[in-house]
Write a protein that binds this ligand. Structure first.
Ligand code: PMV
Length: 323
């Protein structure tokens, strides 16, 4: 086979990844835990074509640079002993580069499609390790439901991959995403992480706290304790943003609507609705709640000044081949 198409779903971290132990190999400085999202996905078709002079990529009809895909594609070519360049055609069903983890679904779909197109048959763990070369969060999108990314300790990174913790169907959860600005973010995660490691006085403390939060979140997921999950996810997210804000120069990913939405969700919680939030490297806010509270949460977020649109989703599957 020289052509294959894969779909991968985006994910959001409950315990965040923000820091690398090896920038060249893209190895995380700590583990992370995420949930894979049903409604946000990337479809990617890869064609290894001997007539191409260079790798090409079209995202939603527009040509995009392929530099960030190079390490992954070169690795796949070396492993499959092929020379051909890749023609990549990819579509996101949600805004790209705005803190909705398009790099996660994008690199997971690319990894699965490109390895299949190259004729490689790899385990999920091997695919996850490869996806990490493109983006750390992509390693998690190979799996569905609740997923943990392992930090690993090997210098070559072979043990830095994701593992599944719990199936989506075993503990359904709703995620309501409020879009406050659909434009691409100012500082991408790669540059942001490097800046925080070099320029925040809180970086070492953040990494230590992440390790403790991972232990706690694993136990919470095993117990299906929603309030504990939400409270820890929100706290971990706010610690990551405290790290970002304490970076010099400061990384401020929120806008006014992001803050309005945080207040609205906290007020809703005070009124008895079990809802918590998390925010990545962008201004969108993601509310977490049991499925029966998704409609109330979506209505509350839609009424927040500055919220442009609201998406409702649940937990989704791991990356899979479409053809
Ligand atoms: O792996 P990247 O480069 O997409 O970075 C992910 C960074 C965060 O979304 C902020 C946190 C995370 O764990 O997904």
């Amino acid at each position: 086979m020289t052509t294959a198409t894969a779909r991968a779903h985006s994910n959001i971290a409950l315990i965040k990844y923000w820091g690398k132990r090896d920038a060249a190999r893209n190895l995380p400085a700590a583990g992370s835990i995420s949930i894979t999202l049903e409604g946000l996905h990337t479809d990617t078709r890869v064609d290894f074509d001997p007539t191409l002079a260079a790798d090409t990529c079209e995202l939603d009809g527009e040509p995009v640079a392929t530099e960030r895909m190079r390490p992954l594609l070169d690795h796949i070519r070396a492993r499959a002993a092929i020379e051909s360049r890749a023609r990549i055609i990819t579509h996101n069903n949600f805004p790209t580069g705005a803190g909705l983890a398009s790099s996660a679904s994008g690199f997971a779909a690319l990894t699965l499609a490109a390895t299949a197109a190259a004729g490689l048959q790899l385990s999920r763990r091997q695919l996850s390790t490869l996806a990490r070369l493109g983006s750390g969060s992509a390693a998690r999108s190979l799996f569905g439901g609740y997923v943990e990314m392992l930090r690993g300790s090997a210098a070559d990174g072979h043990d830095a991959h994701a593992v599944p913790l719990l199936d989506a169907a075993d503990w359904p959860l709703a995620v309501v995403v409020a879009i406050t600005d659909a434009d691409a973010k100012a500082v991408d995660s790669r540059r942001g992480m490097t800046a925080s490691a070099a320029g925040s006085p809180f970086y070492a403390s953040w990494l230590r706290q992440t390790d403790a939060d991972l232990v706690a979140m694993r136990a919470i997921i095993a117990q299906h304790d929603f309030h504990a999950l939400g409270a820890l996810a929100e706290h971990n997210c706010l610690k990551m943003h405290a790290l970002m804000l304490s970076t010099q120069p400061a990384l401020l990913y929120w806008n006014g609507a992001t803050v309005n939405a945080m207040h609205a969700l906290r007020a809703l919680r005070k009124d008895g609705v079990p809802v918590y939030f998390t925010i990545d490297a962008g201004p969108q806010i993601k509310a977490l709640c049991p499925p029966e509270f998704a409609a109330t949460t979506a209505a509350t977020l839609a009424a927040v000044p500055g919220v442009q649109s609201v998406l409702r989703t649940g937990l989704g599957p791991g990356a899979h081949l479409l053809s």
